[in-house]
Design a protein around this ligand. Structure first.
Ligand code: FAD
Ligand code: AMP
Length: 478
């Protein structure tokens, strides 16, 4: 191990590993320090996303979706099966295999690109020195021309619901249930609560979601949030809004939960409880007091639009800095910083970050909602198209939801797209590309899409902005 590098990255989640790989590709002598220990007890790479977040949750969402299809919808297609049952341990083991494959893959990319991988804890000292402590407690001091901090985030714990082994768990614990709980409580109807609640509801849990806010998914399109709530309730999620949890106690046989709603104090007993009330930036043991990096008032590392901290040549990226806690946002920041260190001038377009909730149907959006645009006093036109009118969605027996395209009233430039439907996570990329290239709704309408595809709904919604949709009556007459 050398003790001097062009770049030291602390954290190997999507923000840190992308930064390290890009630095190495650009010819910078780079080391990446990460302290994470995987489920197998060995050092791992990929951070929350690969080990405890995006990937394992999607492995469980995809498996449970297939189970739900088999138990509830195969018959509609003429497919007869015997009794379908779920081997939860096998589902979890497969999820672990997917995680192992991908985390190992990051190790391969580090080796292939020449990134020095250091397993252990990193702490930024003054003058871009970094204290590295390996898993045996052996400390050494390294020096770097540039330092990139990417320590990520951890789940928020709330005092009324302290975690308790296997009964009251956070999102990480909810990825490893060994059986399907008969009854499951979820605190928080945010992205993580809805995704993990969906997994276990699909497998047969009776799920109650307790959400303190009165509004469901306030950041999403209002109509889509309303439709999504109904559909998720139809899938067995009992979503209670205006329900603030005040206490939770594991009793051995179950969890006694108390909460306040508009009718006063309430009680609920469930087999297990998932606490999914958000995540907070993680900076424990990261900064020496004289290192020059400052936090903002909410505990995030303070950075400018290029992710530079207050300390010269020290950058911070990913969940630990302002902006949505999303893997792709962190990776973009990591790559931007690497390229800026190498003398290029990229920037991250924070107005063009896709958001996805991987329920079924999926909810995805980019840009502003109608409600936000109205509040900002902006004029716009809207086109919508329901999947019930899509040939491909009908063929696939998956017709719930719609696409909404929003375009600026004066320029016709697309300023938002909101999708509730099958593969919304894939379709949203079309709007992201369109918005990055300043496309108008008319441009989308002039583009040929393969038939029959779900994506045709995007084109039809874009045509609808000008009152020109072919496969439905237009809201706006020409
Ligand atoms: P992290 O992934 O948290 O990685 C930080 C790494 O730094 C960790 O390995 C940590 O151990 C290490 N570290 C911290 N401090 C130090 C230190 N001092 N020294 C050494 N190492 C250190 N996002 C999406 O975009 N799509 C999704 O579908 C999605 N699903 C999610 C599902 C769940 C259940 C959860 C919990 C999260 C999900 N997320 C999703 C969010 C996503 O995981 C995060 O946005 C992403 O992991 C942030 O990346 P990061 O690199 O900033 O931090
Ligand atoms: P997110 O930040 O998107 O992961 O969502 C977390 C959700 O948890 C938010 O919608 C919060 O309103 C909700 N929440 C936080 N604390 C409580 C609580 N004590 N009881 C119920 N819901 C809560």
């Amino acid at each position: 191990m050398s003790d001097s590098y062009d770049v030291i990255v602390i954290g190997a989640g999507p923000a840190g590993y992308a930064a390290a790989i890009r630095c190495a590709q650009l010819g910078l002598n780079t080391a990446c320090i990460d302290k994470e220990i995987g489920k197998d007890g060995k050092p791992t790479l990929g951070g929350t996303c690969l080990n405890w977040g995006c990937i394992p949750s999607k492995a469980l969402l995809d498996a449970s979706h297939k189970y739900m299809e088999a138990t509830e919808h195969f018959e509609e297609l003429g497919i007869k099966t015997g009794k379908v049952s779920m081997d939860v341990k096998k589902m979890i083991a497969r999820k672990d295999e997917v995680v192992a494959g991908l985390t190992g893959g990051i190790g391969g990319l580090f080796k292939g690109n020449g990134v020095t991988q250091l397993s252990g804890h990193g702490k930024l000292l003054a003058g871009r020195k970094v204290q590295y402590t390996d898993h045996n407690g052996k400390a050494s001091e390294l020096a770097a021309e540039h330092v990139i901090l990417a320590p990520g985030s951890v789940p928020v714990n709330i005092p009324p619901a302290p975690l308790s082994g296997t009964q009251i768990v956070d999102s990480t614990g909810a990825l490893d249930f060994d059986s399907v709980p008969k009854t499951l409580g979820v605190i928080g109807a945010g992205v993580i609560g809805l995704e993990l609640g969906s997994v276990w509801a699909r497998l047969g849990s009776k799920v109650v979601v307790l959400e303190a806010l009165d509004e469901f998914l306030p950041m999403a399109d209002k109509r889509i949030a309303r439709d999504a709530k109904k559909v998720l309730e139809g899938q067995g999620l009992d979503i209670r809004l205006g329900a603030r949890v005040t206490g939770a106690e594991a009793t051995g046989s179950g969890v006694n939960v108390t909460f306040d709603d508009k009718d006063g104090a309430q009680k609920l007993t469930v087999d297990r409880l998932i606490v999914a009330v958000g995540r907070r930036p993680y900076t424990e043991g990261l900064l020496a007091p004289d290192c020059g990096v400052n936090l903002d008032e909410r505990g995030y590392l303070f950075v400018n639009e290029y992710c530079a901290t207050d300390a010269p040549k020290v950058y911070a990226v990913g969940d630990v800095v302002r902006g949505p806690m999303l893997a792709h946002k962190g990776s973009e920041e990591g790559v931007m910083v690497a390229e800026r260190i190498a003398g290029h001038k990229p920037m991250v377009n924070y107005d063009c970050i896709p958001n996805v909730i991987y329920t079924h149907p999926e909810i995805a959006w980019v840009g502003k909602t109608e409600e936000q645009l109205k509040a900002d006093g902006e004029e716009f036109n809207v086109g919508t198209f329901p999947f019930a009118a899509s040939g491909r969605a009908l063929a696939a027996n998956d017709t719930t939801g719609m696409v909404k395209v929003i375009a600026d009233a004066k320029t016709d430039r697309i300023i938002g797209m909101h999708v509730f439907g099958p593969q919304a996570s894939e379709m949203i990329a079309q709007a992201v590309i369109g918005m990055e290239f300043d496309a108008s709704a008319e441009d989308f309408g002039l583009t040929m899409f393969a038939h029959p595809t779900l994506s045709e709904a995007v084109r039809e919604a874009a045509l609808g902005v000008g009152g020109n949709a072919i496969h439905m009556m237009n809201r706006k007459k020409r």
